[in-house]
Design a protein around this ligand. Structure first.
Ligand code: SF4
Length: 271
């Protein structure tokens, strides 16, 4: 099977998995050769590859092409001054932040936790995924996005050819809110410096904000998730794509298609 057909088959399988539109192929996956039906020759009629026209290829556009969402909000939270002694600002690695989180008692969420969940993944990841907060399984294991929602996230990442190990995955708050309630404003404010420092250290090409809490925190807004989708926002200049949380997709499979649309935009921005 040709490379083009193998890629097309892989793409259609990803679309089926995520409930996406099976008709539109992203540019990167369109085979270079056009396929046309040739007149029957001998006893093996069928499609043959036709070389592309000899016209020179179009120049790569300097600006995003059609289908790329417009710019949205931009948030650049203040950093501490150069001489700050804040250990979070001084943390030189993701491991150092995880150590600080492990001993943190800055908000009431420390009281009910079994484990802190600082985040995990590649220190040089091109994509940072941010969710809301640890759930029951995350609290038990100390790992983000495990359990059913985590499995779905892993599939979504595989569908855009980003193995989970190559992504940095974390949450807005690092300790589980009781009964999985939404983290409160003061809890988010207490925990946010860890997330900001993690993003500063990783320096990703794109941030994927999954769910309303992640989106509203990273963009410092109260706008709804629905209003924030389909735009390219910025956090400290880094593009932020907003989409549904995998746990929400498990409750409402109708959101798989828009989520697939969102992650494809993120993938295009990563390059
Ligand atoms: S949620 Fe964040 S700020 Fe609150 S105790 Fe846990 S690590 Fe500290």
């Amino acid at each position: 099977m040709s490379d083009g057909r193998a890629l097309a088959r892989q793409f259609l399988e990803q679309q089926r998995l995520l409930g996406g539109d099976p008709v539109i192929l992203p540019e990167a996956l369109v085979p270079r050769a056009r396929v046309a039906v040739a007149p029957p020759t001998g006893d093996r009629p069928g499609p043959v590859a036709v070389p592309p026209p000899s016209a020179p290829p179009a120049a790569t556009p300097a600006t995003p092409g059609p289908g790329v969402p417009p710019p949205g909000l931009s948030y650049d939270p203040p950093t501490g001054d150069l001489f700050s002694t804040d250990p979070v600002l001084q943390a030189a690695s993701l491991a150092a932040i995880a150590q600080l989180v492990a001993g943190c008692t800055k908000c009431r969420l420390c009281e009910g936790r079994s484990h802190t969940v600082p985040g995990e993944g590649a220190a040089d990841a091109r994509l940072v995924v941010v969710g809301e907060g640890p759930g029951r399984v995350e609290d038990q294991t100390g790992r983000p996005f495990v359990g059913q929602a985590g499995e779905l996230l892993t599939k979504i990442l595989a569908a855009i050819e980003l193995p989970r190990e190559r992504v940095f995955i974390c949450n807005v708050v690092k300790c589980r809110p009781p009964e999985n309630r939404v983290p409160q404003y003061d809890e988010i404010a207490a925990c946010l410096p860890y997330l900001v420092r993690q993003i500063d250290l990783v320096k990703p090409a794109v941030i994927l904000a999954m769910g309303g809490t992640a989106a509203q925190t990273l963009l410092n807004t109260k706008q709804s998730l629905g209003a924030l989708r389909n735009q390219i926002h910025r956090f400290r200049g880094i593009p932020v794509i907003v989409t549904y949380h995998p746990a929400a997709l498990l409750r409402n499979p109708n959101w798989k298609k828009p989520t697939w649309d969102d992650v494809r935009i993120a993938r295009r921005l990563i390059g």
